[in-house]
Ligand binder design. Structure first.
Ligand code: PEP
Ligand code: MN
Length: 357
């Protein structure tokens, strides 16, 4: 897949790239007032939803075509690039006709290969940045498939937007971030710029800063944050939007870390620390090998005595003991549970193989 760098999008791509604007374009006044405020804060890309995918019918579903004229005015007056969400052929056609600079495919659309292909077909021969939000369910292959469809018609200015994943359980955030999945996307497509959308992750203004910082710490290329000149009366997502001034304040408080540094002291300390980690990782491997060898002996002993492999009371005891002792060592329950589940699963596999051999 050919993927151009973010420098080709037509903005000054110093990290992080910020895209901001209202969830929805509501009126010409609201769009222009918000855009002016954001321009003052140094924002380069203005986002606004024109067609809004809403969970339930009879909600505000966007202003449609008319709003594209307001985006045009934003561009003329402020020089910011404009971006909007497209979900079908008609949206792409109208957005391109009205000179929108950047398109994104929303989470409810990237989940649907028919819709993504329809959008791709309409983009054949066009040269425009196309950003794809993660599908609402954590399916990395489906997300990558969407990039392949868009890249398949010749689009090379691609970007991903991590906006979190929906879940049935009530959690702190509206859409749970899955940082691991975003990092795996980076591993699979290293050239692909990744933008984090902390607004749709958070669902609430108060969580946006912590999510933005976390995303920056992990090395995202930019942030997409919702901003409205008067969030309390916004027709969609009112609780997760900042005024442009408040957004500016939050952005200035974020710590931007270097991707790397030539500083000699830093490099010396890092190589010492990494050498220590390498030694410990070797010890972990040796320990795992010894543990699995004992599992083989256990498997053989169970086989000789015709005893079943899985004994749940033993497993419950291991995990509770490990969690208690882990906590004393400052290790999180999550780490203990995941690590020992994986080790235990492997032990069961080994023993099952021996018992059945
Ligand atoms: C949006 O960006 O306003 C939007 C609808 O986002 P998502 O597709 O992430 O829900
Ligand atoms: Mn929104």
């Amino acid at each position: 897949m050919k993927i151009d760098s973010i420098n080709t999008w037509g903005v000054d791509a110093t990290r992080p790239l910020i895209m901001a604007g209202p969830c929805s374009a509501e009126s010409e006044e609201q769009v222009l007032e918000t855009a002016r405020g954001l321009k003052e804060q140094g924002i380069q890309i203005f986002r606004a939803g024109i067609w809004k995918p809403r969970t339930r019918p009879n909600c505000f579903e966007g202003v449609g075509f008319e709003g594209l004229q307001w985006l045009k005015k934003v561009k003329q007056e402020t020089g910011m690039l404009t971006a909007t969400e497209v979900a079908c052929q008609k949206h792409v056609n109208e957005a391109l006709k009205m000179g929108v600079d950047i398109l994104w495919i929303g989470a409810r659309t990237s989940v649907n290969p028919f819709a993504v292909q329809e959008i791709a077909d309409e983009l054949r021969g066009v040269d425009i940045p196309v950003l794809i939000k993660n599908p609402i369910n954590p399916d990395l292959e489906l997300w990558i498939g969407a990039f392949e469809r868009i890249a398949g018609v010749g689009i090379t200015k691609l970007g991903a937007i991590h906006r979190g994943f929906s879940s049935f359980e009530k959690i702190k955030y509206r859409n749970a971030p899955q940082w691991q999945l975003a990092l795996e996307l980076r591993r699979r497509l290293p050239e692909l710029p990744i933008i984090c959308d902390p607004s749709h992750m958070a669902g609430k203004r108060e969580y946006i800063k912590e999510l933005s910082q976390k995303a920056l710490d992990l090395g995202v290329n930019g942030l997409m944050i919702e901003s409205h000149c008067n969030p309390d009366v916004a027709l969609s997502d009112s609780k997760q939007q900042f005024t442009p001034t408040d957004l500016g304040t939050v952005l200035r408080e974020l710590v931007i870390r270097h991707t790397d540094t030539d500083n000699a002291d830093y490099n010396e300390i890092m190589s010492e620390l990494r050498a220590k980690i390498d030694v410990l990782d070797d010890m972990l491997l040796d320990t795992l090998q010894k543990r699995m060898n004992i599992c083989r002996e256990i498997g053989q002993t169970k086989k000789d005595n015709n005893v079943q492999v899985f004994q749940s009371s033993r497993w419950d005891k291991i995990i509770t003991d490990m969690q208690t002792r882990g906590a004393e060592k400052g290790l999180s329950n999550e780490l203990i549970e995941k690590t020992f589940k994986a080790i235990h699963q492997e032990s069961i596999n080994i023993q099952t193989e021996i018992v059945n051999s």
